[in-house]
Design a protein. Structure first.
Length: 137
């Protein structure tokens, strides 16, 4: 289903509203495979509509303490893709310290994905991410 959506459905289609609801269901699933597939679909589509629909959910998933590492990695990369589409998707302030804290993660995939996300965020607001220099060096 997600492959079909990613490749063949036009982002201007009337089906997008139904697709968004289906993706939201999978994004809130307890099954990490479903969550990962939904994150990858969101990133593959990467439209403004997807950024607006999921911009609030993905950062929460990224910094949640009970999210599995592979899901955090996918969430960081998905958020990076959406950030490139809609630059104000991540509000400053409250998320900064939580995103920087991902650099302390034990899973190298999470650290690498978080580094890519932070690099994009630093270009937008360098002063807000000065505290991550010590962790990165």
């Amino acid at each position: 289903g997600y492959l079909f959506i990613s490749v063949l459905v036009n982002t201007n289609s009337d089906l997008i509203k139904l697709i968004v609801q289906s993706i939201k269901n999978d994004l809130s699933s307890r099954n990490p495979i479903h969550v990962n597939l939904s994150l990858q679909c969101i990133a593959n589509i990467g439209s403004k509509e997807m950024a607006e629909a999921f911009g609030g959910d993905i950062p929460k998933l990224l910094v949640s303490g009970d999210t599995m590492d592979v899901v955090k990695q996918s969430a960081a990369l998905c958020l990076l893709r959406l950030l490139r589409t809609l630059s104000d998707i991540i509000p400053g302030g409250e998320w900064t310290s939580r995103i920087i804290h991902l650099l302390n993660d034990q899973h190298m995939g999470v650290v690498t994905a978080a580094t890519s996300l932070i690099e994009a965020l630093v270009k937008r607001n360098p002063d807000e991410y000065k505290t991550c220099v010590n962790l990165a060096v």
